[in-house]
Design a binder for this molecule. Sequence first.
Ligand code: AMP
Ligand code: ZN
Ligand code: FE
Ligand code: FE
Length: 296
Amino acid sequence: MAMQFVDLHSHSTASDGTLAPAAVVRLAKERGLSALALTDHDTIGGIEEAAAEAAKIGLDFLPGIEISCDYPPGTMHILGYGVDPKSPVLTEMTRQLIDGRDDRNPKIIVKLQELNVAITMEEVEREAGPPASAGGSKPVIGRPHIAAILVRKGYVNSIKQAFNEYLAPGGKAYFDKERLTSKQALSMIRESGGLPVLAHAFQLRTENDAQLETIVKNLLDEGLAGIEVMHSDHDAAWIEKCTRLADRHGLVKTGGSDFHGGNKKDIDLGHAAGRRIPRAFYDALVARLESAKKAG
Ligand code: AMP
Ligand code: ZN
Ligand code: FE
Ligand code: FE
């Protein structure tokens, strides 16, 4: 049989992507993929719509979520695969994280206004769009929505520049948000029936392999199940590094593009830094999920 490909890391309008959940699913099919995981930031608001579309058009689908953890040196994101959208633990966790955003986002806007940028919270909410379905949850608002407005109004030339000048740490309107510890995030993903996977280890900005190994070992103690090996930020050396780490510690290997539609124009669904993601990653993840369920 011909080689099959998948994408296990993608964002929709339920968070800061620009395609609706069903549209991401249809694009996956168009790109010739056989399976997709939707992993919006801090929400499972897009899962129902995506799962229904996937069933309709015949694409294997895995519910997912991406959680930002407390990691002072930089960015630590944990993907949760196979979480039960009806889990009360998950509902409570996402509510708390969205509260943290509702607290941060207006601070960014006030600061931008002080810098004479013409922008309001209403515009940001409009940028994020309406709920995916009538009566569905409101989109989770992230910095890319603010960045898109800054680009459109000509304050910056690109999303990248919006982050560098204003929204990233060190930027003129940077504010951090309330985060979970990795321990909290991992245990909540486990409790809601999911498997926690370390996303884009490159973004940890570790200084050497030993430091990366220490972080992974700590996460293992907290319940880590896998490492995202292929990602748009991972070159051959990072794929190799993450593969060896995963194999050494018996972790599942995953891969995804981190597709955001028009908010990250250089990323295409089904492609991670020019490479396609093998179906074997999806199959191994599903097998691990099934054995975790049996083990209870
Ligand atoms: P937030 O959820 O508001 O913390 O924003 C996180 C989103 O911003 C994710 O989609 C990131 O990929 C994106 N992001 C973070 N830093 C940058 C950056 N320097 N340039 C472009 N996008 C970024
Ligand atoms: Zn995002
Ligand atoms: Fe991420
Ligand atoms: Fe992501």
